[in-house]
Write a protein that binds this ligand. Structure first.
Ligand code: HMN
Length: 292
């Protein structure tokens, strides 16, 4: 898992018009991203619409991707589900499928207390020998520093995906838990800032559609070319902000990939797909941004 660093797309899941997993589309997207030079893949998370899929379908996505990647980059599988038992089944499957790590959002919907959250991660982490990347995401309620420190004590817990906006905590985590504890910055708008705060890598949605731009940001930060990193990040933020103005931005990213010749298909309901009218509007909008 110490190789799981750099730019990692939270992989989109490709569905056809009838909401079925599109195996060819998945393979095409994976091979496009690997050709661009991404450093790893993060599967069936929020961006992968993991919670819209049955366990069997999630397992199928993992199998397709593992086969297509064929060991070229590390793969982490998000196994979060609405019950520990379900998450364990997904985690054990990920291990059998050859994944390099697992990750999970904290248990959600009901409000669990810190002890219950820690126990959830402990149970899943103990069910396989894979490293576990815990997940701090505002959508589900943030883990406090105290909870993060407790989670870091669990044997297989090796890092955290940090999607909160309080980036100073990335520095604190590195200082107080240790340099080896991996941290991934999860807000694409702040990729540069996350890396400067000490993150080992960036995991996010927009790396599906602009992998090169973020690889350049990552390299610029590594090489301490900060003016260049800032210029590239500003360019990325303009595109991200424009894309986020569309209410179903995962669907818009799939359309952006279509413009690049990749059949990334459609989203599952209740996400809305992009109508032909909106597609034309956004295509023009992105063109104007590019010419700026
Ligand atoms: C995942 O679990 O799929 C993602 O890695 C989540 C990721 O952090 C994204 N957050 C959400 O989709 C809520 C970001 O990449 C986000 O899409 C981006 O920063 C735009 O706000």
């Amino acid at each position: 898992i110490q190789d799981f660093k750099g730019v990692v797309p939270a992989l989109l899941t490709v569905f056809d018009k009838d909401e079925n997993i599109d195996e060819m589309g998945m393979r095409q997207l994976v091979s496009f991203l690997l050709d661009k030079g991404v450093n790893g893949l993060y599967l069936t998370g929020s961006t992968g619409e993991g919670f819209t899929m049955s366990s069997i379908e999630r397992m199928r996505v993992v199998e397709i991707v593992m086969d297509e990647v064929a060991g070229r980059v590390p793969v982490v599988v998000h196994v979060g589900a609405i019950g520990t038992k379900l998450s364990i089944e997904l985690a054990q499957h990920a291990e059998r499928a050859g994944a390099d790590g697992i990750s999970s959002v904290p248990p959600f919907y009901w409000r669990f207390n810190e002890d219950q959250i820690v126990k959830y991660y402990e149970d899943i982490a103990n069910a396989t020998s894979l490293p576990m990347i815990v997940y701090n995401v505002p959508l589900v309620g943030l883990l406090g520093m105290n909870a993060i420190k407790r989670l870091a004590q669990i044997e297989n817990v090796k890092g955290i995906k940090y999607t909160a906006l309080s980036l100073y905590e990335i520095t604190q985590i590195k200082d107080e838990i240790g340099e080896d504890f991996l941290v991934y910055s999860g807000a694409d708008e702040m990729a540069m800032a996350g890396l400067l705060a000490g993150a080992d890598g960036i995991v996010g949605s927009f790396y599906n559609v602009m992998p090169e731009l973020f690889i350049n940001i990552y390299n610029a930060v590594q090489n301490k070319e900060l003016d260049e990193a800032k210029r590239l990040q500003k360019e990325a933020v303009e595109i991200i902000m424009y894309a986020l103005s569309y209410p179903s931005f995962y669907a818009l990213m799939k359309v952006m990939l279509k413009w690049m010749g990749i059949n990334a298909g459609y989203c599952r309901r209740p996400f809305e797909n992009v109508t032909p009218e909106n597609e034309a509007i956004y295509k023009e909008g992105f063109k104007v941004l590019k010419e700026k």
